[in-house]
Design a protein around this ligand. Structure first.
Ligand code: HEM
Length: 431
């Protein structure tokens, strides 16, 4: 079994222990698969930016589980196909384009909070998932999914379960066995498929050019003049549908949790909003001045990185951190560990938004902080996400204080992303 059982039992604890006991480069086996954990920013940088050509996405991302969910979309594709897809999607993420999404972000946030009542209890994780799904679908596909968000959220919660409990065995055996869990997984995945196929078919039927990412994908042609078929389109749309909302929702949810447990930071946050915005709606133009809100987002992404690990597979033998690494080795790097490393962060376990000064950022080794990955495969939606997080925090924080429900346990559930196991319950207080 190698260390597989131990890893599956407590992923985050195992990741921390391995570094504590063995250092920055740790070699192990999951069943018969050679696996390397890297903790030092220089080694992370080597894999992501110095020699990225020698690495493809890891076995786990190529497994049937993942393939079934996002197929061969931008997150999972490789080589020339990935290059073409990335080029095609890039315009939707250019700076001016992203700025034009600000209104949607704030309007949808206000639409959500208009239903909130003073003193009521809400699960802020569920609320943020709903919000960010509606936002990304509106911005990139000009569609409305307000009727689907609850069922998509519930389905997704079930879907990620196998990623937590039997993650490594599932990707090694590649989930070929038709077990009940497997069949259930496919049934759930079909539910989300239906929503995505509906978005595509409605656009095809309308024939309208909305000038959005979906229209660009529909109009795209290969060198031989052929267009994307429904399956390819589905994979692209599904990738953005999933990658574009879960991570952002988690950052928002963890930010509310961190503010709820740090009253001093919460006070400073409210003071910034009162001073800069008052009752006025935040816009893209406010972003450079919402400095403390941005620091909150950065610090939340440091302590609770939604993508808590990245995986690659070495194509050829290479040398990392002074060790010879064989082709086929699965290489993992963990934001969870490196971003809490006391060599790079004072009081690493503490929530201290103030640490993110210009000077600190300049001194920090590049890959001591990589919530959005890095190199050619870095997150395409990073600036979209940062803007969304800051604007949503601001639009909610200027009206409400979210008080944590005292006896509700908040624990981490690492399943594909870093989720709160039983949500985050808050009491809505009008400011
Ligand atoms: C806080 C929010 C987010 C976090 C923490 C995050 C994190 C990441 C990370 C770490 C990667 C690199 C994966 C790897 O190297 O294997 C990635 C890739 C990607 N992300 Fe994000 N992401 C966020 C938001 C978004 C948003 C809003 C979108 C789209 C609207 C998005 C779309 C993608 C896509 C398509 C890729 C694959 C890019 C490629 O391989 O070319 N992400 N993300």
């Amino acid at each position: 079994m190698g260390v597989m059982r131990e890893f599956n039992r407590d992923q985050l604890g195992f990741i921390e222990r391995a570094q504590r006991e063995y250092g920055d480069v740790v070699w192990m086996r999951f069943l018969y698969v050679p696996v390397l954990f890297l903790y030092h920013p220089d080694d992370v940088g080597y894999v992501l930016t110095t020699n990225p050509k020698n690495f493809i996405k890891s076995m786990s991302l190529r497994s049937n589980f993942f393939q079934r969910l996002v197929g061969n979309g931008l997150l999972t594709s490789q080589g020339e196909e990935w290059k073409r897809q990335r080029r095609l999607s890039q315009p939707a993420f250019h700076r001016e384009r992203v700025a034009s999404y600000a209104n949607v972000m704030v309007d949808y946030t206000n639409r959500l909070t208009s239903k909130w009542q003073q003193g009521e209890t809400r699960d802020i994780h569920t609320a943020m998932m709903r919000l960010t799904l509606e936002i990304v679908v509106r911005c990139l596909f000009s569609a409305d999914v307000s009727h689907d968000v609850d069922s998509v959220g519930a389905t997704l919660k079930e879907l990620v379960r196998p990623f937590a409990s039997q993650a490594t065995l599932a990707w090694i055996l590649n989930n070929r066995l038709p077990t009940p869990a497997h069949l259930r997984f496919h049934r759930l995945a079909r539910k989300i498929d239906n929503v995505v196929y509906r978005i595509i078919s409605e656009r095809r039927a309308s024939g309208r050019d909305e000038g959005d990412l979906l229209s660009m994908l529909l109009a795209a042609r290969d060198e031989d003049g052929s267009q994307m078929n429904d399956r390819q389109l589905r994979d692209e749309v599904m990738t953005l549908f999933l990658a574009g909302h879960e991570t952002t929702a988690l950052t928002l949810a963890w930010s509310w949790y961190l503010l709820g447990t740090n009253p001093e930071a919460e006070k400073k946050f409210h003071a910034e909003l009162d001073e800069l915005l008052g009752d006025r709606k935040p816009t893209a133009a406010d972003l450079p001045r919402l400095k403390y809100t941005e620091q909150i987002a950065k610090e939340s992404l440091r302590l609770y990185p939604p993508a808590y690990g990245l995986g690659r597979e070495a194509i050829d033998d290479c040398e990392i951190g002074g060790y010879q690494i064989r082709a086929g080795t699965q290489v993992f790097m963990f934001q969870w560990a490196t971003q809490r490393d006391p060599r790079f962060y004072d009081q690493p376990e503490e929530f201290r938004p103030e640490r993110w000064t210009e000077d600190f950022i300049e001194r920090l080794p590049k890959y001591a902080y990589f919530p959005f990955g890095g190199g050619p495969r870095a997150c395409i939606g990073a600036s979209f996400a940062m803007m969304e997080i800051i604007l949503c925090l601001a639009a909610i924080g200027q009206q409400f204080r979210l008080e944590l429900v005292p006896d509700h346990p908040v624990t981490i559930y690492p399943a594909m992303s870093l989720r709160p196991r039983d949500g985050i319950k808050v009491i809505v207080c009008r400011r």
